[in-house]
Design a protein around this ligand. Structure first.
Ligand SMILES: O=C(CO)[C@H](O)[C@H](O)COP(=O)(O)O
Ligand SMILES: [Co+2]
Length: 222
């Protein structure tokens, strides 16, 4: 499955947390496509952000897809809480959930779409046996935990591989790229047949966020 154009998902990680409603409103009005929400537990990654109440409280402020990226150990403990908070996609790390197949079943049973993310050192091959049940593959192009890092170019080979596997087997997942996405890297990401590009620091640091999204979409035309 392929989408017509690259979807852009600004990450609230780089927003000003003292004005979260206004920040998500700036995503709504920028012509961006999804809202990416990075949940960090201080264990799986060396940083702490927010939990399901934050997402629940933001939910009324946007009609966009809520793309929730759980960077937490044993995410199966919290699937129902996040599903109730208003997530559309719940993405867990393959490295954080021992019984990943069961965790994806839990996400789907909760009514959400099920995503899997891989850190840079994890190969695509570990997820191949269960790709048929994945709705979103989130490829980390930085080591997770912080915004504002540089994209690791070798990670785009994983995007290519996932696109090949999707074509070969008729899988239905979207492919998302997360980390170091900006005006300089978005063209290469689109060429590798990604469907979604997560963008934190470049979006929130742009002087004109709507103009930034327009420029990203133009550069993604390949
Ligand atoms: O998952 C993440 C970090 O772990 C973020 O989604 C990602 O880093 C976005 O930030 P930036 O676009 O600034 O790289
Ligand atoms: Co993320």
């Amino acid at each position: 499955m392929e989408t017509a154009s690259l979807l852009i998902a600004p990450s609230m990680l780089s927003a000003d947390f003292s004005h979260t409603a206004e920040e998500v409103q700036s995503i709504n009005t920028s012509n961006a496509d999804w809202v990416h929400l990075d949940v960090m537990d201080g264990m799986f990654v060396p940083n702490i952000t927010f939990g399901p109440k934050f997402i629940h409280d933001l939910r009324p402020h946007s009609d966009l897809v809520f793309d929730v990226h759980l960077m937490i150990d044993q995410p199966e403990r919290y699937i129902s809480l996040f599903a109730e908070s208003g997530c559309d996609y719940i993405t867990v790390h393959g490295e954080a959930s021992v019984h990943l197949h069961r965790t994806l079943q839990m996400i789907k049973s909760s009514g959400c779409k099920a995503g899997v993310s891989l850190i840079p050192s994890t190969p695509v091959s570990v997820i191949e046996p269960i790709l048929d049940m994945v709705d979103l593959m989130l490829i980390m192009t930085v080591n997770p935990g912080f915004g504002g890092q540089s994209l690791i170019p070798a990670m785009l080979q994983k995007v290519e591989r996932l696109a090949e596997l999707r074509d070969k087997h008729g899988y239905n997942y979207l492919i998302s790229v997360d980390g170091g996405v900006n005006l300089d890297t978005v063209g290469e990401i689109a060429k590798k047949k990604a469907d979604v590009a997560v963008c934190g620091s470049a979006f929130f640091g742009a002087p004109d966020r709507a103009a930034f999204i327009q420029a990203m979409k133009e550069r993604a035309q390949v």
